[in-house]
Design a protein around this ligand. Structure first.
Ligand code: HEC
Length: 143
């Protein structure tokens, strides 16, 4: 083999080796970039879910009380069909757990026992609520 041919062949080996290593470097970078993109997507999804959760939590208690028909029988300060909200607040003051239990259908009425049969069907509505919604109503009624 002539010296020049040998040099040319070795040079092309080195070249090939360089290209190969370049190639694998590129592959590594690509994978890292893909992982970064995936990580960013996950972060974005988590952020979106957080917004949804925050929106759910920030649902107004007054709105829930109205949209579930509670206002039909409960006024803020005047007794109508049901006790006024002020009366509910007084009866359950410092007893959020007791109020939650009542709304879950796990505790008896304490405010107007004689009228309990009128409120009883409404418990189906409050039982069907999520824990967050019930907690929002409890917070609304006690504050
Ligand atoms: C059809 C009328 C009516 C509707 C609608 C109604 N209530 Fe009542 N509610 C009553 C009456 C009457 C009482 C009094 C009887 C009693 O104390 O359980 C009462 C009592 C209550 C009490 C006191 C429970 C206790 O310990 O005595 C709470 C709390 C309450 N209602 C929450 C709600 C919520 C929340 C809603 C909406 C999901 C609602 N009510 C819808 C009529 C109603």
């Amino acid at each position: 083999m002539k010296k020049r041919t040998f040099l040319a062949i070795s040079a092309s080996f080195v070249f090939a080796a360089l290209i190969t290593s370049c190639g694998s470097d590129t592959a590594t970078v690509d994978e890292t970039q893909v992982e970064e993109v995936v990580a960013e997507e996950v972060v974005a999804e988590v952020a979106e879910e957080k917004v949804v959760v925050e929106e759910a939590v920030s649902i107004d208690g007054a709105e829930l009380f109205a949209s579930n028909g509670c206002v039909a029988c409960h006024q803020t300060e005047v007794k109508t069909v049901g006790p006024a909200i002020t009366a509910l607040k007084e009866a359950y003051s410092g007893n959020a757990d007791g109020l939650t239990a009542f709304l879950k259908g796990e505790a008896d009425a304490i405010v107007d026992v004689a009228m309990a049969a009128v409120m009883a069907p409404q418990i189906e509505t409050t039982k069907a609520m999520s824990d967050d919604e019930r907690a929002t109503i409890v917070t609304y009624l006690l504050n």
